[in-house]
Design a protein around this ligand. Structure first.
Ligand code: PRP
Ligand code: URA
Length: 212
């Protein structure tokens, strides 16, 4: 349980199982990538639960009926480079037609503050719902900066999807962007002195891309 009004923990048994394997230091790069992709897809199902629907008329082989489809509201996925890239394909499998923007950010190792090096999103961001993708919400500096950049471009409806969060990161999002709902698979204990989440899963970007 937690007391964060901005936080939704999606802890379906299948997600918990996959998170356990994801966390293990013995998990290979290949399996790690596959799991990030699968967990993102499973979470995406819940993160998009409130998408508006519209009635449509459908002719079945037997008669005409009224069914429902997702209405024209435009969605944009915004992965935070690098590690957020690992979550894109899983979400695109659910919603193949959505657009994808990119925000490049890295944490300065000394200050732990985010440094932005790339920003490219669809031009009509103000008319779109944005889902920011980043597996790790640690101090919250990167996610908060990503949301601030999107808002500067006119985005008004933003949500954040991460796999693992530290309480400090969720609190920073609540302080800086109380309007942004944060969806995660696990709320971990704390940050260590180097800003890593404990117990966490290590450096998500390095584990996804084989760097160190
Ligand atoms: C990681 C992670 C987040 C950020 C989280 O990225 O993917 O973007 O750290 O930390 P924060 O909440 O304290 O800001 P990193 O800076 O390691 O860059 P990378 O994905 O390019 O490796
Ligand atoms: N970024 C990561 O990749 N892992 C952490 O634990 C914290 C920040």
């Amino acid at each position: 349980m937690h007391d964060f009004p901005n936080l939704t923990v999606i802890d379906h048994p299948l997600i918990r199982h996959k998170m356990a394997v994801l966390r293990s230091r013995g998990t290979s790069k290949k399996i790690f990538r596959e799991l990030v992709d699968e967990i993102a897809m499973l979470m995406g199902y819940e993160v998009t639960r409130d998408l508006p629907l519209k009635d449509v008329e459908v002719e079945t082989p037997l008669e005409t009926t009224v069914a429902q489809m997702v209405s024209g509201k435009k969605l944009t996925l915004v992965p935070v480079l690098r590690a957020g890239l690992g979550m894109v394909e899983g979400m695109l499998r659910l919603m193949p037609a959505v657009r994808v923007g990119h925000i490049g950010l890295y944490r300065d190792h000394e200050t732990l503050l985010p440094v932005e090096y790339y920003f490219k999103i669809p031009s009509d961001a103000d008319a779109r719902d944005c889902i920011v993708l980043d597996p790790m919400l640690a101090t919250g500096g990167s996610a908060s900066a990503a949301v601030s950049s999107l808002k500067r471009q006119g985005a008004t409806r933003v949500r954040l999807m991460s796999l693992v969060a530290a309480p400090a990161g969720v609190q920073k999002m609540l302080d800086d962007h109380p309007d942004v709902q944060v969806y995660i698979a696990a709320l971990d204990r704390e940050l260590n002195d180097a800003g890593y989440i404990l117990p966490g899963l290590g450096d998500a970007g390095d584990r996804l891309f084989g760097t160190r």
